[in-house]
Structures are given as structure tokens and as C-alpha cells.
Design a protein around this ligand. Sequence first.
Ligand code: ZN
Length: 157
Amino acid sequence: MRYPVDNKKITSPYGMRTLPGRKPVFHYGIDFTGKNKTAIAPCDMTVDRILDVDSEYPCRFKLVRGKFEIDNTVPLGRAWTPYVIAHSSDNPDVTFVFKHIAPLKGLSVGDIILEGGKVGTIGNYGFSMGEHLHFEVMINNKHTDPAKWLIENVNKV
Ligand SMILES: [Zn+2]
């Protein structure tokens, strides 16, 4: 088991959070810094679902004088958030969600990505204010804190 990125800096933790100008909502994952370019498989995993980047409207937000604002020129329902969802090949109870990434080209449902293999390219895609990887871990379809889960499982013998 390994981290899904090389730079482990977390820019937004798991739990309740309030983004500028929005209502508090539960953040079901952790956000890793956009200094990372590649999302990496934490273990051998089998791809369950893929959603590609909206090629015409890649992002819901735009930078205005150094601040991210909703881009009202993007139609409703567009600039969807792309993702890859996969489960551990050794333990199907464990599911990983990678959001705001451009899935690896040619990736298909049912593919196995080996530990350390590329899942996609980290970008500013979908409902996103800056490049980052949003990473979720689900155990039997229930979310758990990925930061805690990684600490407990990486380097476990
Ligand atoms: Zn996030």
C-alpha cells in the first residue's frame, strides 16, 4: 500500500467544511496539493467507474483578480466533476474515489491498475477551485477518513 500521490500535503481535510460563499457541507474525502501531477493507485485495484473531463467546459470556476468565482457562462449540468472509482483487487470491500482528475487515456471499467500505476492526471476539473486530487476511501460503501486510513495501512506488513 502507498499514498495516491507523491506530495502528501493535504490542503483540505475530511469532515465539515465551509468554502467561501457556500453553506457548510461534509467533505467526504481529503484534498491533496495540486503540486502533484499524477494520481497513483495505492494498491492493485480494479476500475469500477470512469467519468471523463467535460472537454467543452472543463471547470465550473474561473479566476477573477486572483479569486475563484463561479463561471456563469458554463451551462447548468456542465463542467461535471470527472472521476475514477476503483476497488482494491485484494479486498473488494475497500473502494477508492479519485476526483478532479483526467482519467488515464484508454482506461476502461474492469481494468486492473497495479500499485504505483497511473490513475490519471491531476487538474482543475469540474467543481474545482484549483488543481488538486480529491481522494475518498470507502469500506463496505461507508466513507472513512482517508488520511487516517492511509496512516494505518501504508507500510502495514
Ligand atoms: Zn475534496
